[in-house]
Design a protein around this ligand. Structure first.
Ligand code: 464
Length: 312
């Protein structure tokens, strides 16, 4: 078909907001299919030097298009004078964060299931040399069958092709962005979820400005902790105090936190990214994490075909 424009869609409710984007539910007038259309204001992107982030997001989504499970898909892009449009998968059951908050915290079998799907998605992302760098329950979606889809690749880093797991690359862009967001947050309404980002950001991004897939393993540890306890491990009233807690490893497990889960989280939430479980695994799978007792009973080859456990 001819190149789509905004006129080919009926725009519905607002279903997401980023710091430089707004996401709408939309219906294709020709096919009746529902999509999530991410709209970015060109003026904002240029003014805040986000052009490289938009390009990286498109590159990452294109690289992941043929991965059958675990990610929202980018179907097409188009633009008009003022905006860029990304036509993405609509994950009907919304954000993982909504489901955690709705029930307070997940039963162990539910947390294990979604931690396993998240690990498989991380394996595929990292095998494609993509580091997400902003994994959090707001960016993890559930599709109409309640399977996991990672969204929002606006802060990804795509590593050079000769990159080997266990190594890292220097970068300065992420910390500048965090500072910039924090500056923006100071001088405008707290529209974006910058505090949420602070709660999952790894020490390597905060302190050493190192880009490593192990930053996403840190976020995995935070998300497993949150699915089981209901709250992220590092939380404070401001971004700065949250950063302080992260750098001082100031977190604790609530009474009754399952021991296998506690052991896995402790092996992921390590300041030294090279020591995190999985950081030195070779090949395209995180065997040392898959083999952890927390994941006992997971059928890694069949999980995407299974009916997810009911969240209750
Ligand atoms: N920054 C980004 O790139 N953000 C993105 C990108 C792609 C994308 C994205 C965000 C999506 C976010 C999203 C949000 C929602 C959503 C938000 C609010 C309400 C609902 C909703 O009521 N869905 C119907 C079923 N619900 C399910 C949840 C419990 C209540 C009933 C869905 C569904 N999907 C999405 O579906 N696809």
């Amino acid at each position: 078909h001819t190149k789509r424009t905004a006129k080919d869609y009926i725009f519905g409710k607002l279903i997401g907001e980023g710091c430089y984007s707004t996401v709408f539910l939309a219906k294709d007038i020709h096919t009746g299919k529902e999509y999530a259309i991410k709209v970015c204001e060109k003026s904002y992107i240029v003014r805040h030097q986000k052009v490289q982030y938009i390009k990286r997001e498109k590159d990452a989504l294109n690289k992941l298009f043929n991965v059958p499970h675990g990610f929202v898909k980018l179907y097409c892009t188009f633009q008009d004078d003022e905006r860029l449009y990304f036509v993405l998968s609509y994950a009907k059951n919304g954000e993982l964060l909504h489901h955690i908050n709705k029930v307070g915290s997940f039963q162990l079998n539910v947390a294990k299931f979604y931690a396993a799907e998240l690990l498989l998605a991380l394996e595929k992302m990292h095998a494609n040399k993509i580091i997400h760098r902003d994994l959090k329950p707001e960016n993890i979606l559930l599709d109409e069958n309640m399977h996991l889809q990672i969204a929002d690749f606006g802060t990804v880093k795509i590593l050079e092709s000769d990159f080997k797991r266990g190594s890292s690359q220097n970068t300065t862009d992420k910390v500048e962005e965090l500072k910039e967001k924090s500056d923006e947050t100071n001088d405008r309404s707290r529209k974006n979820s910058f505090v949420g980002t602070a709660q999952y950001v790894s020490p390597d991004i905060l302190q050493t400005r190192i880009d490593t897939p192990a930053s996403d393993l840190w976020a995995l540890g935070c998300i497993i902790y949150q699915m089981i306890s209901g709250l992220p491990p590092f939380r404070a009233s401001t971004e700065f105090l949250t950063f302080q807690k992260i750098m001082k490893m100031e977190y604790e497990f609530p009474e009754g936190f399952p021991s296998d889960a506690k052991d896995l989280v402790e092996k992921l939430l390590l300041l030294d990214h090279t020591k995190r479980l999985g950081a030195n695994d070779i090949g395209d799978t995180y065997e040392s994490i898959r083999k952890h007792p927390f994941f006992d009973g997971i059928d890694w080859d069949d999980i995407w075909n299974q009916t997810p456990p009911t969240i209750c």
